[in-house]
Write a new protein. Structure first.
Length: 255
């Protein structure tokens, strides 16, 4: 099957997954309402107690909120793919004249689109609440590029977890680590405020360099080598997820 046909099939699967998302109240709540509620909670409930140095807390926390929402979004991908397996949709696709890889790429592409839209909504609401990024059009492109890279990598890993899970509930449990990582990072407080052992972990886990890169692009803070680490982490996570998801999907679709 040629590349053009594979691309067309992937676009069809992307359209199918977008339509399913729009028709799912639970997914829409996770996509739109929950991220905004999390933003409001951190700004108005915790913000007054946080000391993150010069500048308003909302300027510090928005990059972390965006990454946290992306983590929630990736877990939705795992659940959706696991649901397809549980309901037998994957077996039906196997009997059709479509590229098998299109099923996975359709889920991952939908996750990227959905999470970029969610990030845009969070940023718009944050600006209305007082968020004041000091960036330019080129850096805005960098912000959404980094986000797309992070979501793309996390979505492939989520796809693998969705395929290995026995049911959608298990898939949701497997992706809990996605939602936990941003909390133990520089997302909500500086890592220097943490105990020594936790500070080391927070500094060397995948989410922190991505957040510091986003924060630097949005607020003009020093990025240093964070962008290099962010690219390496995303490339590694994406590669592992892609290989694992491909192998698991072939097992599910083998005759």
């Amino acid at each position: 099957m040629n590349a053009t046909r594979t691309l067309q099939d992937s676009a069809t699967m992307l359209d199918r997954n977008i339509r399913r998302t729009l028709r799912s109240p639970d997914t829409m709540i996770m996509t739109v309402v929950l991220p905004v509620m999390i933003l409001l909670m951190f700004v108005f409930v915790f913000g007054g107690a946080m000391d993150v140095g010069p500048g308003a807390y909302i300027d510090y926390v928005v990059p972390g909120i965006i990454l946290l929402c992306a983590s929630f979004g990736a877990s939705t991908t795992a659940i959706a793919l696991s649901t397809d397996v549980a309901e037998g949709i994957i077996d039906r696709f196997r009997t059709m004249a479509i590229a098998r890889s299109a099923v996975l790429t359709g889920h991952v592409a939908e996750s990227v689109v959905r999470n970029l839209i969610t990030s845009g909504i969070v940023i718009v609401v944050a600006v209305a609440l007082g968020f004041r990024p000091t960036t330019d059009p080129l850096r805005w492109l960098g912000v959404f590029g980094v986000l797309a890279m992070f979501v793309f990598a996390l979505s492939w890993l989520a796809a693998a977890l969705g395929l290995v899970a026995r049911n959608p509930e298990a898939a949701n449990g497997f992706t809990f680590v996605f939602m936990f990582l941003p909390y133990v990072s520089s997302a909500f407080v500086p890592t220097s405020s943490m105990p020594t052992w936790l500070h080391w972990y927070a500094e060397n886990q995948p989410v922190t360099p991505v957040i510091e890169t986003l924060r630097g692009l949005l607020m003009g803070t020093p990025i240093g080598n964070s962008w290099v680490l962010a690219v390496l982490w995303c490339a590694g996570i994406g590669l592992v997820g892609y290989i694992a998801a491909g192998a698991l999907f072939r097992r599910h679709t083998s005759v």
